[in-house]
Design a protein around this ligand. Sequence first.
Ligand SMILES: Nc1ccn([C@@H]2O[C@H](COP(=O)(O)OP(=O)(O)O)[C@@H](O)[C@H]2O)c(=O)n1
Ligand SMILES: [Ca+2]
Length: 506
Amino acid sequence: MKERNPWHTPLTIFIAVVVRFSFLCLNEINLFFVLFCCPQYGIVLDAGSSHTAMYIYEWPAEKDNNTGRVEQTHSCKVKGPGISSYASDPKKAGQSLQVCMKEAERFVPSERHEETPLYLGATAGMRLLNIENSTASDQVFQAVSESLQKSPFSFQGARILSGQEEGAFGWVTVNYLDDRLKQVCAVDMDCSGVTTGALDLGGASTQISFVSDAFDGSESPNNSVNFRLYGNDYNLYTHSFLCYGKDQVLRMALAHQTKSGPGSISDPCFHNGYSESKNYMTLYNSPCVSKRKPVSSPADFTHVGKGNFYQCQELVKSVFDFTQCKYTQCSFNGVYQPTLQGPFGAFSAYYFVMNFLNLTDTSVPLQSVKEALARYCSTPWETVRTLPHPGIKLKYLAEYCFSGTYILTLLTEGYNFTSETFSKIRFIKQVSSDAGWTLGYMLNLTNMIPAEAPDTPLLPHAGYVSHVCFLFVFYLFGSLASPQTCLLLCFHGNLVPLAIIFHSMT
Ligand SMILES: Nc1ccn([C@@H]2O[C@H](COP(=O)(O)OP(=O)(O)O)[C@@H](O)[C@H]2O)c(=O)n1
Ligand SMILES: [Ca+2]
């Protein structure tokens, strides 16, 4: 006679079914929470030389975040100038951030405030202030830190980013947004060719960062940053040129024209008919030009425009030093630069200026771009001034001819882009999130990009939805067949799709 299995009692079967069902329920709930519930947040303040901007990022609760991307959900432009402009009244720098911080309190759910990290990174404006007057720079940081500590978020500190960090995090952002980092490469295969270079133009500094086969860091270790992201090694070339942001270069170009201390200059980079009185003290009040201040000059000079792109290009070239290079090849000012490689994303002022000038289409030949800019520069100031340009201040309107000329000169003469490689540049503002260093900075500080590639990604949202639909149809047909089948399916039917989920999670 067949012996009876002692475990097959009604009680043990009941307990087994309850335990199994509980596990399945927990798993479903966990999956639901990971995918839909309780997103996490991070806030980064970009304290640039011209202004401060706040960015709020959001991502699914799962720490490794293999289910989805970090997305920018809100941004806020701080009213007033950059924090470095408050050197004589640091408290105001802190106060200026308050409106955006209040906005952040509304955009991040209150139950998440305490655990939301808040970072402030300052760039070239504060780098310059720190060179000029480190006490004032410390006081500004003190004031902004005190102000941010008052917010309900988890304030993680305010600091100056090095130029290298600014360049490298800009590169991480661009490649994260382009989905270039997650590509799984075969062993020994070089995946570096598939990344996008980053070109960032600020008001006080400019950064160039890219991966090149010709660069291993040995020739110029200061320009080398190594990353291991998602299992791939990257040896990044990056350089930040302090004083080569467009606002400081404008000062340098003006300083070049006013070195003898004249009462008036005729500037090819400004439109014909433009005429403004400017102050010598204000112009030379920056470490980028202060040493060149003329010994004797009147208090003011008249800045007159003559609108000539080609002469402007010659003038802009004078801010670069091409005479020295101790390496095999250089960009300018004796800075090593390997051969350009890959597509490039150009953002911040590159985008704002080229977008204003309607010159973001790089499939247009470089020569035609120059001709279009030459036509714009020769447009009389009266015409430019009276055309409708909603929201653009006259001061900025007057500078686009100069800024466009600087951008083309920097790219072609400075970085050696040719008519062919120019077409590989994309002028970008946003790819779901704004292009800039802030996203890369936060991804790094929150350890959001793992060094090693995750085995298999969790079920994405679409996967979860199809899983739920599958179960629904499964139960519906089961119920139609018979109540017994329904019961059976309720306990056992979802083992099939759950097995698939388990498989994808482990
Ligand atoms: N809508 C806008 C916003 C900024 N900008 C310019 O973009 C640059 C941004 O520089 P930034 O404040 O980030 O300065 P850095 O600290 O990065 O050098 C400034 O020159 C602004 O004038 C612009 O041209 N149009
Ligand atoms: Ca910037």
